[in-house]
Ligand binder design. Structure first.
Ligand code: BG6
Length: 512
C-alpha cells in the first residue's frame, strides 16, 4: 500500500518504465475514470518517465484520432482544469491504438508487435500493465489470448514484469468466480493478477486501516465489550440510468456487496496484520470474511431485505420507476436495494451485529461506517432531564465530505443539567486542503510498483461470494412479491427499518 500519493507533497517517486495496455479503450470506464486517473498521476509527477498507453478496441481509428478522443474525454470528465503542458509532456507521442476483434489471435500478434516497437522506441523496458476494462465475459478469453501470444510471460532471468488488472464483477456467483480464478491462474501467476475494487483506492477506505492501527486509543475499545453494533451504508442517489442491460441481471447485491461493502466490512472488523505487507493484510481480510456466519434459508428470510424503487423524486427531480428504465424488464424482480445483518463468528465480534445496506435512488449519496458504542454502564442522572442519553458513535464518512466524527454528550451551558449530543469532526478537505483522488490513481500506481495490498486475492473474492450465495439463492427461488416497494427518494422499503427495529435499533439516516 503506497502512502501519501498526493499532488501537493509527493513524497513517493514515480514508478519505473512501463506500457499500459487498455482493452476496452473506447469504453465508458476508460473515459470516465481510467484516463482521468492517468492524467492525475501525470499532474502529480507520478507517471513513469518512460511511459505509453496502448488502446485496444474493436473500432478502427488511428493513434492520432485516439489521442484526440482521450484528451477530449478527459477534458469532459476529469472534473478539473486540464493543463495542456502537463498533457503534452506526459502523452505526446505516447498514445497508441490498435483495433481488432478480441476473439482473433491476429489482434494479439499485432499488439505484440506494437509493444515491441514501443519498448524499442520509448524504452518501456518490457514492463507491461494490461488493463481489462471490458465486459466480464471477455476477461478469461482476453487473458487466454495475451498469454497464448506470449505477451504475459515473465522470464525469470529478466527484470521486466507483466501484470493484469481485472475489473469487477469477478464472476456472478461462487462457482463462476472459482472457475474464473482457475482459468486465469492456469495462465498467470497470482503475483501477476490484480483484481481491482475501486473502493480500495478511496482515501477514506484506506484510512480505516491507518485510523485503527496507527492510533493507540481506538483498538482497545474496538470489540464486543464496547461496541453495540456497526452500520455500513453505501447509498446512491442515481438510479440504474443507462446500465439496465447489466444491472437487470446483476442487482444491488451482486453489484455492490461481494466487492465494495465486504471490503469495507473486512477493514473495519479484521484483526491487526503483522505488517502492511500485501499478504499480511490480505490474510487478515480473507480470514475475517471466512468468519462470517453462513446464513441458512430461514436466516435469509429474517435477516435480509430487498427492495426495488418505484417512481419518486430525488433532490427535487422526478425519477422514473426502475421497471420503466431502458433495458429493464417491465416485470423485473431484480433488487435495487439490499439490507442485511451479518454475524461474525470470532471472539472480538460475538453478538455484535453488522447491518449492511446499499441502494439506488435513495435520498442522499453517502457511504459511511457508523460504529455505535454501548451505552454508559451506569447513569447517575436518574430522575433528571438527562436520563436518556444517546450512546456515543463514531462515523467514518467515506464519501462525500470524507472525514471522521465522534459524537458524545455534552452539558448545555446553564444552571439546569441538560445534555446535548455534540460532535468532534475531522474533515479531510479542511485539514489537508486538497481534493482526494478518484481512487484509480493509487491503484494504478501500486500496480506499476508491484504492490498488491489494495487488490483482491482469489481467496477473498471467493469468500465474499460464499457469504452472499445463500441470499442470492433464496431470492432467486422466491421471487419478490411486492416489488416495487420503495419510492425513489426514500431510504428503502419499510422492511429495512423493521430489520433493525426487531433488535431495538434504528438506521442512522445521514440526512435525518
Ligand atoms: C460500481 C457499481 O462498482 O460502483 C455501480 O457497479 C455503483 O453501480 C458504483 O454506482 C459506485 O461507486 P462510487 O465510487 O460512485 O461510490
Amino acid at each position: 500500500m503506497s502512502v501519501n500519493v498526493n499532488e501537493t507533497n509527493p513524497i513517493v517517486p514515480p514508478p519505473g518504465p512501463c506500457a499500459m495496455v487498455i482493452f476496452g479503450a473506447t469504453g465508458d470506464l476508460t473515459k470516465r475514470l481510467l484516463m482521468p486517473a492517468v492524467y492525475n498521476l501525470a499532474a502529480a509527477g507520478l507517471l513513469p518517465e518512460k511511459f505509453a498507453v496502448v488502446g485496444v478496441a474493436i473500432e478502427s481509428m488511428s493513434a492520432e484520432q485516439f489521442a484526440e478522443k482521450l484528451k477530449a474525454d478527459v477534458k469532459e470528465t476529469a472534473g478539473r482544469e486540464i493543463d495542456d503542458g502537463v498533457w503534452s509532456r506526459a502523452f505526446d507521442g505516447r498514445l497508441f491504438y490498435t483495433s481488432g476483434d478480441f476473439g482473433d489471435a491476429a489482434t494479439f500478434q499485432q499488439l505484440g508487435a506494437l509493444l515491441e516497437q514501443i519498448e524499442r522506441d520509448l524504452g518501456t523496458a518490457g514492463n507491461r500493465l494490461f488493463y481489462l476494462a471490458t465486459p466480464p465475459s471477455l476477461f478469461a478469453p482476453i487473458i487466454g489470448q495475451i498469454a497464448g501470444a506470449g505477451l504475459t510471460s515473465e522470464d525469470d532471468s529478466s527484470s521486466s514484469w507483466r501484470r493484469v488488472i481485472i475489473e469487477k464483477p469477478f464472476g456472478h456467483d461462487l462457482d463462476s468466480a472459482r472457475e474464473l480464478n482457475r482459468d486465469i491462474t492456469s495462465k498467470l501467476r497470482e503475483r501477476q493478477i490484480y483484481r481491482i475494487d475501486h473502493y480500495l483506492g478511496k482515501e477514506t477506505v484506506q484510512n480505516i486501516l491507518v485510523f485503527r492501527f496507527a492510533n493507540g486509543i481506538f483498538e482497545p475499545i474496538w470489540n464486543r465489550r464496547y461496541i453495540d453494533h456497526v452500520q455500513i451504508t453505501v447509498a446512491e442517489t442515481v438510479g440504474v440510468e443507462h446500465r439496465g442491460a447489466y444491472y437487470d441481471h446483476a442487482g444491488a447485491v451482486r453489484d455492490m456487496v461481494p466487492n465494495h461493502l465486504l471490503q469495507i466490512l473486512s477493514l473495519v472488523a479484521m484483526e491487526s496484520p503483522g505488517s502492511f505487507e500485501a499478504d499480511a493484510v490480505r490474510d487478515e481480510k480473507a480470514k475475517l470474511l471466512k468468519a462470517i456466519r453462513p446464513l441458512d434459508e430461514r436466516d435469509v428470510l429474517s435477516a435480509a431485505v430487498r427492495g426495488q424503487y418505484d417512481a419518486g423524486q430525488v433532490a427535487g427531480q422526478p425519477v422514473t420507476a426502475y421497471r420503466q428504465s431502458p433495458n429493464v424488464a417491465a416485470d423485473s424482480n431484480i433488487e435495487t436495494f439490499a439490507a442485511f445483518k451479518v454475524a461474525i463468528d470470532n471472539w472480538r465480534w460475538a453478538d455484535v451485529p453488522f447491518y449492511v445496506r446499499t441502494g439506488k435512488a435513495l435520498p442522499q449519496r453517502v457511504s459511511e461506517v457508523a460504529i455505535q458504542f454501548k451505552r454508559a454502564p451506569f447513569m447517575p442522572f436518574r430522575e433528571t432531564a438527562v436520563e436518556h442519553m444517546q450512546p456515543n458513535s463514531l462515523i467514518i464518512r467515506i464519501q462525500p465530505d470524507e472525514g471522521i466524527s465522534l459524537s458524545f454528550e455534552a452539558k448545555r451551558p446553564g444552571i439546569a443539567v441538560q445534555t446535548e449530543t455534540v460532535k468532534m469532526d475531522f474533515n479531510y478537505a479542511d485539514y489537508f486542503r486538497q481534493t482526494p483522488f478518484i481512487g484509480y490513481e493509487t491503484l494504478l500506481y501500486d500496480c506499476m510498483n508491484g504492490d498488491q495490498t489494495l487488490f483482491q486475492r482469489a481467496d477473498f473474492v471467493e469468500a465474499g461470494w460464499r457469504a452472499i450465495t445463500p441470499i442470492l439463492d433464496v431470492w432467486s427461488n422466491l421471487p419478490a412479491r411486492k416489488f416495487p416497494n420503495y419510492s425513489a427518494g426514500s431510504w428503502g422499503p419499510k422492511e429495512a427499518d423493521e430489520l433493525l427495529a426487531k433488535d431495538g435499533r434504528h438506521w442512522r439516516n445521514p440526512s435525518g
